[in-house]
Design a protein around this ligand. Structure first.
Ligand SMILES: [Zn+2]
Length: 121
């Protein structure tokens, strides 16, 4: 459960819009896309991290009332914290490395495969 940013009623955290005031809470009607809502008196951009560091490309900036990518500059970014907290064992490091270099690995794999075919004939 969560509270509606507009009417402060207790609502389901997966609700696409508020059943009381009809405020849209999720983008594209999808529960996995939370939509941040500004209050009546201010814009989201006023306290958004991406507006402050000038990396925002949203066309409604700096007067956005709703935004999918809004990041409160007073709050820590959760994703980065999760990455920092994950234990860095060698296997995880290898997995990340191979994910980052997957294109190169694919090419090397293909060359190896063609060599193997060529040499077996
Ligand atoms: Zn509401």
């Amino acid at each position: 459960m969560t509270t509606c940013p507009q009417c402060q009623q207790l609502i389901n955290s997966q609700a696409i819009d508020c059943p009381y005031c009809k405020t849209t809470l999720k983008a594209f009607g999808h529960p996995g896309m939370p939509l941040s809502q500004a209050t009546q008196t201010e814009f989201l951009c006023d306290r958004c991290l991406y507006h402050e560091d000038d990396s925002c490309t949203y066309d409604k900036r700096p007067f956005a009332k709703t935004c999918m990518l809004y990041q409160d500059k007073t709050q820590p970014i959760l994703n980065e914290d999760i990455i920092k907290l994950t234990p860095s064992n060698p296997l995880t490091k290898l997995k990340r490395w191979s994910y980052r270099h997957r294109r190169m690995l694919l090419i090397v794999g293909l060359i190896g495969l063609s060599l193997a075919i060529a040499l077996s004939n």
